[in-house]
Design a protein around this ligand. Sequence first.
Ligand SMILES: [Zn+2]
Length: 505
Amino acid sequence: MHIFLAALAHETNSFSPIPTTLRAFEEGILYRPGGAEEQRVAAHDFPGYGFLLEVAREHGDRVTAGLCAWAQPGGPVTRQVYEALRDELLAQLAAAGPFDAVVLVLHGAMIAHGFPDCEGDLLARVRDLVGPGVPVGALLDLHATLTPRMTESGAVLIACKEYPHTDYLARTRELHAILARMAGGTCSPAMVMHKVPMLSMFGTAEGPMRALLDQVQECEAEPGMLSVSLIHGFPWSDTAQTGAAVLVVFDTGDGPGAAGRAAALAAQLAQAFFALRALGSKTMLPVHDAVTACLAAYSGGPVVLADGSDNPGGGAACDSTFVLRELIDRGVERAALGMLWDPLAVQLAIDAGVGAELALRIGGKVGPASGAPVDVLATVTAVRRDARQHGLAAKFSEALGDAVAIRTGGIDIVLNTRRQQVFSPECFTELGIDVTARRLLVVKSSRHFRACFDPIASATFFCDAPGSLNSDLAQLPYVHLRRPIWPLDALEDTALTGSPEASHA
Ligand SMILES: [Zn+2]
């Protein structure tokens, strides 16, 4: 096949104080065909885009690689930047065709000023450009906001199934296989979407969510059912379509009963998914209690405390000081905390150099959700400008930017200039901090850290510090969110009614 591949991905937190600008994409991933080698490598490092290149190579496909743009989650994308990137992608698609298939790597929860549904807008324009006959497919994050405009575009949509998102390669293979069958004329997919009115965050590693996911994968083996995605939704997205959904992709060529079976399956899975809604609420402890629990749980291996409220992977600023303040006030020893996004403090520490002792004001700079800055007397213990951490897929890694480690009292703190969540202990070890020798490791991440930290953690706790990713959703100033929705409204299991919305590819 001759495939056009492009990516335009952002998880937008409507409540984030960080505006998403062109600089955010430049600091993230912004590959443009004909651009520098460095950009090309960065694009390969983006799961989905990189995996599609790999899968296409295995099948001997020819790929025209278009724009690959990704920015760290933050507030809405500026209108001008969204329109410019979108139009750049569309121009590449128009210039280099015709194609046997178009593959887009999206997030699904991208909002720009004036565009509450960027993916719906983009997919509709791609469809207008290529016409009804060309197979179009898109990979989504399960924290997407699924909209009728997206499904009506006729693009085959497949979201990752796992959180942590460890399954992009498998999903890429599935999408590629469906598009290849479409291009070969042996399959004619359509989709059924069933919205689920809940806002929640579910890990998929264990428990009833795991069981439901196993059931979903069994359903995909049923005749005519090509793919089933459970869309968890992104609670910090303030749009009329925000919430969870079940999406079934089926083959209309599998007889006249296929649409009915897909609709029944979507309804049944939506009910089962909705019944798990309370599961998503992790036990979140107030900061003081969380630190107490961590210290009590220590039994020789590091205890991990997740400060998910300040997770930049969900759009938070990543410079909040609530947990740090608590550690300092209590004189906690043998603790490490990472990573605080503080370019100014990093610059001062780099200028001072390794071994220098200096008075440093750290964190608390972006806005009220960051808390107050903390003034410490610190020793600079490490400076790195080339450190990287591995992400969810072992082959991909992310640069930390300029990074320093400082020590104040018994606490090692990693500060960096490239806002990102902690995925791997490398955020500490690359700066010379021996994580296994620490009692307490504080990570600014909600759940992705678990893939790499669980093997070394003797226990893991979650705290509900203030922040733009705070899990107390009732406190968020939603304007556009459609009500009723759980947990803002008390909904019984029987509240899930209505028929799925169908669309044809
Ligand atoms: Zn996600």
